[in-house]
Design a protein around this ligand. Sequence first.
Ligand SMILES: Nc1nc2c([nH]c(=O)n2[C@H]2C[C@H](O)[C@@H](COP(=O)(O)OP(=O)(O)OP(=O)(O)O)O2)c(=O)[nH]1
Length: 129
Amino acid sequence: MQRRRESSMHGGLWEFPGGKVEAGETIAGALVREIAEELGIGITPADLCQAGYADGAHLPVGEQSPVAITLFACRAWSGQPQCLDGEEIAWIAADALARLAMPPLDYPLAHQLLEFMAKEAKKSIAKTG
Ligand SMILES: Nc1nc2c([nH]c(=O)n2[C@H]2C[C@H](O)[C@@H](COP(=O)(O)OP(=O)(O)OP(=O)(O)O)O2)c(=O)[nH]1
């Protein structure tokens, strides 16, 4: 997880690393670029698997935002993550994410990530068992 710069919108809160899709990019292509910029590691679209999605519909009426976030799990990368853009970065266990102070959409994403990981674990047990 990455803690946003104090001076930014949602400053000081923890979020999944990533960022906005630019014109002409795919969502996965934008994530490859953002992860290189923010963490200095190399990932490829082939290693990404969609793990969640959240938009204003996940928030209470009156708190809705125009932002939509797609969450990807990444199975492999090259290099060591460094904090190049935020205040700090940290590995956080998925079941502890909801206790972090995060922007609103990251809570439903953290919940979906737990469900995704549980499904993946079941698949892996079925394959080996
Ligand atoms: N992670 C997260 N971001 C949110 C939520 N709601 C919301 O408006 N945002 C905004 C904050 C940021 O402006 C934007 C995410 O884009 P970003 O990570 O590229 O952040 P940024 O604008 O500070 O960075 P940048 O374009 O300068 O690189 O979405 C939310 O619930 N979670």
